[in-house]
Design a protein around this ligand. Structure first.
Ligand code: PMP
Length: 353
C-alpha cells in the first residue's frame, strides 16, 4: 500500500509554517516562557471544587466574566474570556481577517495565526529603541488598510512599552481608516506605565487583551478580551461552544475573588527581582541589557547560541531569540534563588566571576 503523503495534503499556507513550540527541554531552572516562578496550588485558595463534570460548562462564563469585570471596573458584557489569549487572537483574526499589521519583532502568534488561516500579514520594524516607528506605521495603515492591528505593550520579546502618544496616534488614525487596534497587555501588571483601559471609552476601534498566564496561572489557560460588547456579538459567531472549561471557569473565578492580594504580592516580588537582575546584568561587561517593563529581560551577548547551550548544560533554560534579534536571549524573571543561580552561571560562562 502507498504510504500516505501528509505533506501533500496540507493547505498551502500550512506547508510553510513551523509549530510554535516544537519541544520542551527539561531543565532545573525554567526561565524561558515568561511564567510566574511562584508555585500556586489549588489548595492555596480552594477547599473543594464544587462542579459537575457531567454537565457542559456555562457557555457564557457569567461568574468568571463578572469576576474579571470587577477587576477592570467594567461590566461583564465588556469581557470575553478565552482558552488563553492565543485563542482570542485566533478568533479575532478568524472574525475580521486581514491584512493584520503589527510591529516587528513582537509576539510570534499574531503572524503564525494569520498565516495559518491564510490572512495577509504586514510587519513594521521597530526603531532603534524598540519603540514604534510611527510615521512608517501610519503609512502602512493608509496603504494596506489592515483590518486588525496588534500592539503588544509591554512588547514581547523586547520588554519595553511603546510610547503612549504614538499608540494614541495609531488608534486615532486607525479609526479613520476603519482598522481595529488590539493592545495586548499580557505584561501590563509588571509595568510602571498606565495601560489603555482608560481609553476604551474614547475609541470604538479599541480592544484590550489580557491574560492570567503571566501572573501565576499559565496552566489554567485563561485570557480575556476587554471592549465594547458589539465586538463580542461578532466574535461569538466563530467562538467554539464551551471554549473555557468548567474547571478553568471555577478556579479562575475563585483565584480572582480570593487570591488576588497574593497574586499582587507575587507581581511586586517579580518587579523587584527584575530591577535587581537588571542592575546586576548591567555590571557584566560582555552583556548588553535592555530595560524592561515586563516579567523578563532581553539581552544581547556575543555567541548567544553557544551561551544558550551552556546554560542548558548547567540546568538553566532561557529563550534563544537569535533568529529574531541578533545574538539575543530572553530571560524570564525567576525566584531570587533562580536569578542568583542564573547570574552566577552566566558570569562563570563569560569568565566574569
Ligand atoms: N500575548 C503576548 C504578548 C504573549 O507574550 C503571550 C504569551 N507568551 C500571549 C499573548 C499568550 O498568552 P496566553 O497564555 O494567555 O495564551
Amino acid at each position: 500500500m502507498d504510504k500516505l503523503n501528509l505533506e501533500s495534503l496540507l493547505r498551502k499556507n500550512i506547508q510553510k509554517l513551523k509549530p510554535y513550540q516544537a519541544k520542551e527541554i527539561p531543565c532545573k531552572i525554567k526561565l524561558d516562557a515568561n511564567e510566574s516562578p511562584f508555585p500556586v496550588k489549588l489548595s492555596d485558595f480552594i477547599s473543594e471544587i464544587n462542579i459537575h463534570l457531567n454537565r457542559y460548562p456555562d457557555p457564557e462564563a457569567i461568574l468568571l466574566r463578572k469576576a474579571l469585570a470587577r477587576k477592570v471596573k467594567l461590566s461583564h458584557e465588556n469581557i470575553m474570556p478565552g482558552n488563553g489569549s492565543d485563542e482570542l487572537i485566533y478568533y479575532l483574526i478568524l472574525t475580521f481577517g486581514g491584512p493584520v499589521l503589527y510591529p516587528a519583532p513582537t509576539f510570534a502568534m499574531y503572524g503564525i495565526i494569520a498565516q495559518s488561516v491564510g490572512v495577509e500579514t504586514v510587519e513594521c520594524s521597530l526603531d532603534n529603541n524598540f519603540d514604534i516607528n510611527d510615521e512608517e506605521f501610519l503609512k502602512l495603515i493608509k496603504l494596506k488598510k489592515p483590518r486588525l492591528i496588534f500592539l503588544s505593550s509591554p512588547n514581547n520579546p523586547t520588554g519595553n512599552t511603546f510610547s503612549t502618544d504614538k499608540i494614541l496616534k495609531i488608534i486615532e488614525f486607525a479609526q479613520k481608516n476603519s482598522s481595529i487596534v488590539v493592545i495586548d497587555e499580557a505584561y501590563q501588571p509588571f509595568s510602571s506605565k498606565k495601560g489603555f483601559l482608560p481609553f476604551l471609552k474614547d475609541y470604538d476601534n479599541l480592544l484590550i487583551l489580557r491574560t492570567l498566564s503571566k501572573i501565576g496561572f499559565a496552566g489554567l489557560r485563561l485570557g480575556y478580551l476587554i471592549g465594547e460588547k458589539n465586538f463580542f456579538y461578532e466574535i461569538n459567531k466563530v467562538r467554539l461552544p464551551y471554549n473555557v472549561d468548567s474547571i478553568t471557569q471555577y478556579v479562575a473565578t475563585e483565584a480572582l475573588n480570593r487570591f488576588y492580594p497574593q497574586i499582587k504580592k507575587f507581581i511586586c516580588q517579580i518587579i523587584k527581582e527584575r530591577q535587581r537582575l537588571y542592575r546586576e546584568l548591567l555590571r557584566i561587561q560582555k552583556i548588553k541589557v535592555y530595560p524592561s517593563e515586563a516579567n523578563f529581560i532581553l539581552l544581547q551577548i556575543e555567541n548567544s547560541k553557544s551561551i544558550y547551550r551552556k546554560l542548558i548544560k548547567a540546568g538553566i533554560l532561557v529563550r534563544d531569540l537569535s533568529s529574531v534579534i541578533n545574538n539575543a536571549l530572553r530571560i524570564t524573571i525567576g525566584t531570587s534563588e533562580e536569578n542568583e543561580e542564573f547570574l552566577k552561571t552566566i558570569k562563570k560562562i563569560l569568565g566574569e566571576t
